[in-house]
Ligand binder design. Structure first.
Ligand SMILES: [Fe+2]
Ligand SMILES: [Fe+2]
Length: 327
């Protein structure tokens, strides 16, 4: 039974890949990993990631008045200064920094950037409650009501043709401590991480290198929900926790149109989409209701799936939950 008046509404979107409008690359830029990402952008991605799609998604999301917004990385394409400059106007329209939580993705760390450049400039959206300095630290924790948002950074510079991520031993140890402390306080713990943590979801050259270590922490400490992006696909799966399964939800890119292939009958549509998570405390724990809203061929956003589950649900319960329309 749901305890009335105790629902937290969290919007999740990811992989904006803010469309590049007039960015000019210098020879210095081109003499780096940016060259290959730029070619990819010019030949393919610019036809898929469209600014008006992102605008309509934001409009749809803000109409639903979520309590908080989580953005799980890949805001930029090439980690260009001009892209970071433009990101502020975009982030500010989502809401005040205390109501919007952001973590970086691999595209936001495409090349080596100084300690005050790149995603470090997003400190206002990545600042934990107990870290009042401008310094960025991961994992950071933001508690909002009964919900704790835990921001993990997987963005590291990688070799050519790789989009791997890494959490690293220091951050993993801190994550273990965070989960224990927040769990002891009875909070609903949501991990925000760019790369997926399951097996076989993405090729090794795009995968999270230490995903097994993250899963080991979850198996010991648990969490109520994990949210990610990176794959540009809707995904719902679970990993082991100490008292049942930990649900994991991935969301497609927020700026994409469906490809011609995806529009064919029987194919999965990975068009722009965002998820609304409604988290309610019940007499026995937590109930999470998920509503997926996707771009339609007519250019509007409409519900394409809904399902609900109880946190720490036994395996059968999680698998049996109604996932109609998802993905
Ligand atoms: Fe992405
Ligand atoms: Fe990514």
């Amino acid at each position: 039974m749901t305890v009335p008046g105790n629902t937290f509404r969290l919007a999740h979107l990811s992989d904006l890949h803010l469309p590049m409008i007039s960015d000019r690359l210098s020879w210095r830029d081109l003499w780096s990993k940016r060259l290959f990402s730029h070619i990819s952008w010019r030949t393919t991605r610019r036809h898929i990631h469209q600014p008006d799609v992102l605008d309509r998604l934001i409009e749809d999301m803000l109409t639903q008045s979520p309590d908080h917004i989580a953005v799980t990385g890949d805001i930029t394409n090439l980690s260009m200064r001009s892209e970071f400059d433009r990101s502020f106007a975009w982030l500010e329209q989502l809401g005040a920094p205390q109501d919007v939580t952001l973590i970086p993705g691999n595209h936001d760390q495409l090349v080596t950037l100084g300690s005050t450049e790149g995603s470090a400039r997003w400190a206002r959206w990545m600042q934990g409650d107990n870290n009042k300095s401008a310094e960025r630290q991961f994992p950071f924790v933001r508690v909002r009501g009964s919900v704790a948002l835990i921001g993990v950074n997987t963005a590291v510079q990688t070799p050519l043709f790789h989009a791997t991520g890494r959490v690293g031993a220091t951050q993993i140890a801190a994550l273990r401590e965070c989960l224990a402390e927040l769990g002891a306080r009875g909070l609903y713990r949501i991990i925000l991480i760019h790369h997926p943590i399951g097996e076989g979801l993405v090729s090794e050259r795009k995968a999270l290198e230490d995903r097994a270590d993250v899963r080991a922490v979850l198996a010991d400490m648990g969490a109520e929900l994990v949210l990610h992006g990176h794959n540009h696909k809707a995904e719902f799966y679970a990993v082991d926790g100490p008292q049942g399964l930990v649900p994991v939800i991935g969301v497609p890119s927020a700026s994409t149109i469906a490809t011609e292939r995806e529009r064919r009958p029987g194919k999965t549509n990975h068009a722009a989409r965002w998820h609304l998570m409604e988290i309610a405390q019940t007499s026995t724990g937590w109930r999470t209701s998920v509503t997926a809203r996707r771009l339609t061929p007519g250019g509007t956003f409409e519900v394409c799936g809904r399902f609900a589950f109880d946190a720490r649900a036994p395996k059968a319960g999680l698998q049996a939950c109604d996932q109609s329309g998802f993905p």
